[in-house]
Design a protein around this ligand. Structure first.
Ligand code: SR1
Ligand code: MG
Length: 396
């Protein structure tokens, strides 16, 4: 992997992206390339460059200096490209089979060149089509167990950890999460976006002082708890899945944060998909919720027993406490994610594609109720089964 600095930032086009790939020596100048902009996310340009003869492709991802989903009125630092490639490299050190390879990155052009994963599908899309991806939660649990342990204080020399916290300072993208996940959905804010039919439900949230207080406590935890390097945006749109493979992409929101954050976001997005499905089709999602926690806690515990520093390694009660707190946090963060994906700025296709409209509204209403219960009752929950029971209590 090379990191270079070019002179000037300019937004790539399909032809300049293909030319860049040739200039970098990733394709021969004689190859006939196709290049398409395929980005359907909220923030970046994504180009798929493909050589039909060699059957070889790659992805060029470029950050633009504003949030694409809103427009140029929301400026955003290009530094997220550096954060993303650095996070991918750290994650690859512990879970190389679960992240795309980085071929090249350029901090000035805000470009990352990545392995082509187009033989796989974005997990959210597959789950909406009814695919169940049997390995999904086991792979994500392993990814989380390894990446969250090996960037934590339990594994890192304190000096190294302090340097890493600085390296991964990500104020612009953390601000998005702080506002869109923890703040705006809990008050009558202009960024919120929901159907008029949900106004009473939104107002109920805005008037619920106990809920708002707990959401504030979770926000404070996200901001102040620098436990480990988190992915920061681990929803099912940040995962490529196939029958046998899983790859976690897009860690541009990476920062030091609480261990439970990624776990909670992943679980919330599984449950949002479950809400979109008929009851008879939900069991695989519930199984994923159980498996991701079991695999995460087993992988994290094994790494702890093998590699935790003194004095943590010989303190099994400390490991137990750490996992208990991570679970409680995960339940609360999952609740915030379910609420913000329903009435906040950034929605999810799982809920948006529910038909007919009346069912979409009733399922969104359930998402708000389940999310609120997760936030308020998170300290009572001990196992994934408790989360599923809380879901079923509302969704039956
Ligand atoms: C303005 S960005 C909106 C959302 O898209 C990203 O994927 C994050 O989830 C963010 O909150
Ligand atoms: Mg993303």
């Amino acid at each position: 992997m090379t990191v270079t600095k070019t002179a000037v930032y300019e937004t790539l086009t399909e032809s300049s992206a293909a030319a860049l790939a040739v200039r970098l020596g990733l394709f021969s100048s004689k190859s006939t390339l196709t290049c398409r902009e395929i980005g359907d996310g909220n923030l970046n340009l994504v180009f798929h460059v493909y050589d039909k003869e060699q059957k070889k492709g790659l992805i060029i991802k470029q950050a633009v200096p504003y949030a694409k989903v809103v427009g140029e009125s929301w400026p955003l630092s290009l530094d997220r490209a550096r954060i993303e490639s650095s996070a991918l490299i750290r994650q690859a050190a512990h879970a190389p089979h679960l992240v795309p390879q980085v071929y090249y990155s350029d901090t000035e052009l805000a470009v990352t060149v990545l392995e082509d994963l187009s033989s796989l599908k974005i997990a959210r899309k597959g789950l909406i089509e009814g695919k169940n991806y049997p390995n999904l939660s086991r792979d994500i649990g392993e990814f989380l167990g390894k990446t969250l342990f090996y960037s934590s204080d339990y594994a890192l020399d304190p000096e190294v950890k302090k340097r890493l916290v600085k390296q991964f300072e990500n104020p612009d993208l953390c601000d998005i999460t702080e506002s869109l996940v923890f703040t705006d959905p809990f008050l009558d804010h202009e960024t919120n976006d929901f159907e008029e039919e949900l106004r009473d439900d939104a107002e109920k949230i805005w008037a619920d002082d106990a809920l708002r207080l707990e959401a504030a406590a979770l926000k404070k935890r996200f901001i102040t708890s620098h436990e480990t390097l988190i992915h920061g945006d681990l929803h099912t749109g940040s995962i490529f899945s196939g029958d046998a493979e899983t790859k976690v992409i897009d860690p541009e929101f990476a920062c030091f944060g609480p261990i439970g954050f990624d776990i909670g976001q992943f679980i919330a997005n599984l449950l949002l998909n479950a809400l979109a499905r008929e009851e008879a089709e939900r069991a695989p999602l519930f199984a994923h919720v159980e498996t991701v926690w079991e695999t995460f806690s087993r992988t994290f515990s094994e790494a702890w027993e093998k590699d935790a520093l003194t004095p943590y390694r010989n303190a099994p009660e400390y490991l137990e406490d750490t996992l208990k707190k991570a679970f409680e946090d995960a339940a609360g963060f999952a609740g915030c994610e379910m609420i913000r994906r329903t009435i906040g700025l950034a929605h999810v296709a799982d809920l948006e594609t529910i038909v007919p409209f009346s069912r979409r509204i009733s399922q969104k209403r359930l998402a708000l109720e389940i999310g609120s219960a997760f936030i308020k009752k998170r300290k009572e929950y001990r196992t994934p089964k408790d989360l599923i029971d809380a879901f079923l209590e509302q969704a039956f």
